[in-house]
Design a binder for this molecule. Structure first.
Ligand code: KG4
Ligand code: ZN
Length: 367
């Protein structure tokens, strides 16, 4: 990342707001004329405690919590950044995909600030923000191949340019983060499930349970995790009552199956992407989204990338999960290209990055 002195007067200072699920977040980033970025502040408030009782995110509770906390969070983000509203070049908020109530809270706040300060408003796609984070953290520019793995999405994409995405593969059933969360729930581990499964797996024997490697060997690079989740349930039922060791071994076996299956799918995509990324000296492979924080998956994919002569990149752990830095940065990237959005830009519960991508064969509604 650039040093503060690198920031010429043409730098853009952007406030980002994220409210699409159960994290309320506000952040300020600056982007210089050379396209380098720096984080001035990054505030994330998890609503975890408010939803814990219900075993999942309750949309109405999430929206109310965003409304209660966002104003203070924005103020804190500005204070920590050492800027005022008048110093901002633009205001960006997530307008999709996500839970409609939360999206409306964030977008309405951002639009009101934009109107009051006469600054441009930027309506940001949450998935695009995950996809572009490495531009800020690692200075990686499109084109690149990317695996986007979060609680609601599992996709392989060709990031052709900012705003231009080609979906190469998606999941035909559960998202990978969802599979981690459901596995955690069924083994009695706390939410969010991904970090809990990863932690338990550290002490486990990943070869003890023989779990399927979904889609392994299939010609297309699509994903599937529903069968693996069911296999974990059956294995857990057979082993019940579960000791701490059983849970650790089940988690390690699940994670090993995930790593194998995802590695196989990424290999397929890399075989296809070699033609799509013709410059041998610029063949980045990027992993992003909440599940990209998983160290076992990062390690497995680092090896796969090396096998196929791709360079491996992933955001730092603290920027893998939902945050507003990525929203501010995506906003800054669009602003630099002269894109801004009208104040009547709608909140969009569903907003695919590649609107032209066909449904995967066998896919349910999520794909
Ligand atoms: O990107 P994200 O924060 O929110 C969405 O946009 O969905 O992703 C959240 C997902 C959850 O399913 C969570 O369990 C998973 O990312 N996750 C992980 C890890 N940390 C978060 N999964 C596996 N290992 C982790 N360390
Ligand atoms: Zn996310």
């Amino acid at each position: 990342m650039a040093e503060p002195s690198d920031f010429a007067p043409s730098s853009a200072v952007v406030l980002g707001i994220e409210t699409s699920c159960d994290e309320t977040a506000a952040a300020v980033v600056v982007r210089n004329a050379a396209g380098e970025g720096r984080i001035l502040s990054n505030i994330v408030l998890s609503q975890f405690d408010r939803h814990a009782l219900y075993g999942g995110v309750v949309p109405e509770i999430a929206a109310r919590a965003h409304a209660e906390t966002l104003d203070d969070l924005v103020k804190t983000a500005l204070d920590k950044a050492g800027v005022t509203l008048q110093d901002l070049s633009a205001i960006a908020s997530t307008t999709g995909p996500g839970l409609i109530g939360g999206l409306i809270v964030g977008a309405t706040t951002a639009k009101a600030l934009a109107l009051a300060t006469r600054r441009p408003f930027l309506a940001i796609n949450h998935l695009e923000a995950h996809a572009l984070t490495v531009g800020l953290t690692d200075n990686i520019r499109p084109p690149y191949l990317m695996l986007l793995v979060s609680g609601g999405h599992t996709q392989l994409l060709l990031v052709e340019d900012v705003g231009r995405y080609r979906r190469l593969a998606t999941t035909i059933d559960d998202a990978l983060g969802e599979a981690f969360d459901k596995t955690a729930k069924l083994l009695g581990l706390p939410m969010p499930g991904g970090p809990a499964v990863e932690k338990a797996a550290r002490d486990g024997d990943g070869s003890r349970f023989d779990l399927p490697r979904p889609m392994k060997g299939r010609e297309d690079p699509h994903f599937s995790f529903a069968g693996l989740k069911t296999a974990v349930r059956h294995a857990a039922m057979h082993a019940a009552p579960l000791s701490g060791r059983d849970v650790a071994d089940l988690c390690a076996s699940f994670q090993a199956a995930v790593c194998d299956s995802v590695s196989d799918r990424v290999r397929r995509a890399m075989q296809a992407a070699v033609d799509l990324l013709p410059d041998k000296n610029h063949r980045p492979f990027v992993v992003a989204g909440g599940v990209a924080a998983n160290k076992a998956i990062r390690a497995a994919l680092t090896d796969v990338a090396a096998e196929y002569d791709f360079s491996f990149h992933a955001p730092p752990l603290e920027l893998c999960g939902d945050n507003a830095v990525m929203i501010a940065w995506a906003g800054a990237e669009h602003l630099a290209r002269g894109h801004v959005d009208p104040l009547d830009a709608p909140a969009r519960p569903r907003w695919p990055l590649d609107g032209a991508a066909p449904k995967a064969i066998g896919a349910g509604i999520k794909a």
